[in-house]
Design a protein around this ligand. Structure first.
Ligand code: GUN
Length: 280
């Protein structure tokens, strides 16, 4: 039976440390959140981030805008937040409402306040192996592996999904840690033959039941990044949990695995931004 990678418990421990470190700063860090429109999932995510910050002594200011907000108005707000001395980090909640292009908005963020690590400068620094901020979900996956002493160096790491948010930056982080990385996607051929070789298998594809027991090497660490909402409203990952649990060595639950770690890494980035801006 696989050991459960308990992200919720680890996140609680890390948040305690973040709270102490935030309290040691001359003034509490401040995260500005930009939320455009009424996407129900985004509303839930933003509320969760506000709560996490409050628990750790990090101030938040959420700018709620109507779905009809223009690209120009969003750019003006980002510019204002970039210049605001009281703001340490800026998070533009995605997806933006239809008709808005997120790229120019994210490119307009001050790289020093880009706590999501979405700005091209921060993505470039990550690719060079000298990151300033760590992308939240990939960093959360690594924290989880490290906490359970799962070795990366020399191991075969396979990632399902090449998204800019998860798959690609995670491939870079695992490569920097000397993992042997295979990045798979919807066009990959004979996927099970590849996944069966993986010591660390990370699924970030967003397809329920994509990872079945026959695709998993016995004893492998299986990390499920996906959060799929079923017809009944329940949250599921990509992994057939009951079946894979009897084959894998380690396995994340959904929810309670990677999700809380992602949120914790955002808090760490806000703290990092605050220190960076205060030179401490
Ligand atoms: N929407 C879903 N996940 C994220 C995230 O990590 N950052 C932002 N800004 N929006 C999201």
């Amino acid at each position: 039976m696989a050991v459960r990678l308990d992200g919720a418990a680890l996140a609680a421990k890390l948040k305690e440390r973040i709270r102490r470190e935030a309290a040691a700063l001359p003034t509490p860090p401040m995260l500005a959140v930009v939320l455009a429109g009424e996407d129900p999932a985004s509303l839930v995510y933003v509320r969760g981030k506000e709560r996490d910050c409050a628990e750790c002594g990090i101030r938040t200011r959420t700018h709620r805008l109507p779905a009809e907000v223009s690209q120009e108005e969003l750019l003006v707000l980002v510019d204002t937040l970039n210049r605001d001395e009281d703001v340490d980090g800026i998070l533009v909640q995605l997806p933006l409402p239809m008709g808005l292009d997120s790229r120019p908005i994210l490119h307009a963020l001050s790289p020093e306040k880009d706590v999501d690590c979405f700005h091209p400068l921060n993505a470039g620094l990550l690719a060079l192996g000298e990151p300033r901020f760590l992308p939240c979900t990939p960093a959360g996956v690594l924290e989880l592996l490290d906490a359970y002493a799962i070795p990366i160096q020399g191991r075969r790491c396979l990632i399902l999904g090449r998204s800019l948010l998860v798959g690609r930056p995670l491939a870079q982080l695992l490569t920097t840690r000397n993992g042997t990385v295979t990045l798979c996607h919807s066009k990959t051929q004979d996927l099970p033959a590849l996944t069966r070789q993986a010591d660390i298998l990370v699924s970030a594809a967003g397809r329920p039941d994509l990872v079945t027991a026959d695709m998993v090497k016995p004893g492998a660490a299986v990390v499920d990044v996906a959060m799929n909402r079923g017809a009944d409203g329940r949250l599921t990952g990509d992994v057939d949990f009951p079946a894979v649990e009897s084959v894998a060595g380690f396995l994340t639950p959904v929810p309670g695995g990677v999700g809380p770690m992602t949120r914790t890494c955002l808090l760490q980035n806000v703290l990092r931004a605050a220190r960076f801006r205060r030179n401490c």
